[in-house]
Write a protein that binds this ligand. Structure first.
Ligand SMILES: Nc1ncnc2c1ncn2[C@@H]1O[C@H](COP(=O)(O)OP(=O)(O)O)[C@@H](O)[C@H]1O
Ligand SMILES: [Mg+2]
Length: 250
């Protein structure tokens, strides 16, 4: 069974008297352990597809199964619970909360789950270590560089050991060198933590880091290239993994 099964998904928006159809009967499977980059021109439907798979938005028609659960059938409340337990989201601009420290920002997703304070502390420690920022835990976002902020964003996305990590143009606002480091870090989140990633990018070089590249054109899937098989590392909880190697050269 695929981790994610997208079945003939169509999404429409009403825009005044017009109807926009950014996705037209898109079908797609994502395997556990894969790292998929989703490319396409601006307006081709990338973010729309990502948000549907992440349970942030709802389909107009079609189904999306994640580990066999049809998330299109879940009520609003159930979908929010599902998202909190299963999806880590990395934004283009890190979206950190400015009045919270790095540590508190990383803690946010765990507050939506039933988890003891000691388990939270342990996971936050490991997530910060994984992105190489243990020593910045008490810093506020404004005291961090752009690259560091995005690394905190990644720590926040992985801290709950989600089933799927999604990233929408995660390097869109970074310089070249920082971009390279962030991409390497995402590669390691995939190969070393065994997490499954779906990354939207319009940057071909960024897409190269992924094992599989798919492309949307005007709401249709037009290309699908598997460069490397998904090697599913055992999907471990963050508290079990050995992360020291993850931070080399980041
Ligand atoms: N909430 C919305 N309401 C109306 N139209 C939208 C909405 N979100 C996206 N669209 C439209 O859907 C199309 C695809 O958008 P999007 O998925 O954001 O493209 P991409 O991420 O590939 O640049 C665009 O024409 C966009 O204007
Ligand atoms: Mg977009």
């Amino acid at each position: 069974m695929s981790l994610v099964e997208v079945k003939e998904v169509t999404k429409q928006f009403a825009s005044g008297s017009e109807v926009i159809t950014p996705l037209k009967e898109v079908s797609l499977n994502i395997q556990r352990g894969d790292f998929v980059s989703l490319m396409g021109a601006s307006g081709s439907g990338k973010s729309t597809l990502l948000n549907l798979i992440a349970g942030i938005d709802r389909v107009t028609s079609g189904q999306i199964l994640v580990e066999g659960t049809d998330i299109t059938k879940l009520s609003r409340g159930k979908l929010a619970d599902w998202r909190a337990a299963h999806v880590g989201y990395i934004f283009q601009t890190h979206n950190l909360i400015p009045v919270l420290t790095a540590y508190e920002n990383v803690e946010m997703p765990l507050l939506l789950l039933k988890m003891s304070a000691s388990e939270r502390r342990k996971r936050i420690g490991i997530a910060l270590e994984a992105v190489g920022l243990s020593d910045r835990a008490s810093h506020y976002p404004r005291q961090l560089s752009g690259g560091q902020e995005q690394r905190i964003g990644i720590a926040r996305a992985i801290v709950a050991s989600p089933t799927l990590v999604v990233a929408d143009e995660p390097t869109g606002n970074l310089d070249e060198e920082t971009t390279e480091n962030i991409l390497k870090l995402l590669g390691r989140v995939n190969t070393e933590l065994g997490m499954t990633l779906l990354m939207v990018t319009h940057d071909i070089e960024a897409a190269e880091i992924a094992k599989r590249q798919i492309r949307l054109e005007r709401g249709k899937l037009v290309e699908d290239q598997q460069k490397q098989n998904p090697v599913p590392a055992p999907h471990s909880t963050l508290s079990e993994v050995q992360t020291s190697s993850l931070t080399e050269n980041v």
